[in-house]
Design a protein around this ligand. Structure first.
Ligand code: SF4
Ligand code: SF4
Length: 94
């Protein structure tokens, strides 16, 4: 199971992914997160790192899943030997 950590958030490619970028809802939710403390935000507040067990699928329903998932370009995906994609739609990696 993928760990919900600051290091993995930093490495996550969802923020550059066309599926995420298609969602005004997801971008708006992330815009409310205060990163100034340097602490991990609540897992259910973040949009991204959807593969992590603590996060899981997006709380938004406007993601355009016809666009290409960027997970296979992600170092987290490689590190954890993930095989699935579109965790924002289907939920966390097993
Ligand atoms: S594998 Fe996908 S969901 Fe998981 S951290 Fe990387 S880009 Fe984000
Ligand atoms: S899980 Fe994949 S499809 Fe969804 S936003 Fe992240 S990189 Fe894009």
């Amino acid at each position: 199971m993928v760990d919900y950590t600051l290091k993995n958030i930093e490495r996550c490619q969802c923020g550059k992914c066309p599926v995420y970028l298609s969602s005004n809802c997801a971008k708006a939710k992330n815009a409310t997160i205060d990163w100034s403390s340097g602490e991990l935000p609540p897992a259910k507040a973040i949009e991204g790192i959807y593969c992590a067990g603590a996060v899981g699928k997006s709380r938004c329903d406007d993601l355009d899943k016809t666009k290409r998932c960027a997970c296979p370009t992600c170092p987290v995906w490689e590190d954890y030997a993930l095989q699935g994609t579109y965790f924002c739609i289907g939920g966390a990696a097993e």
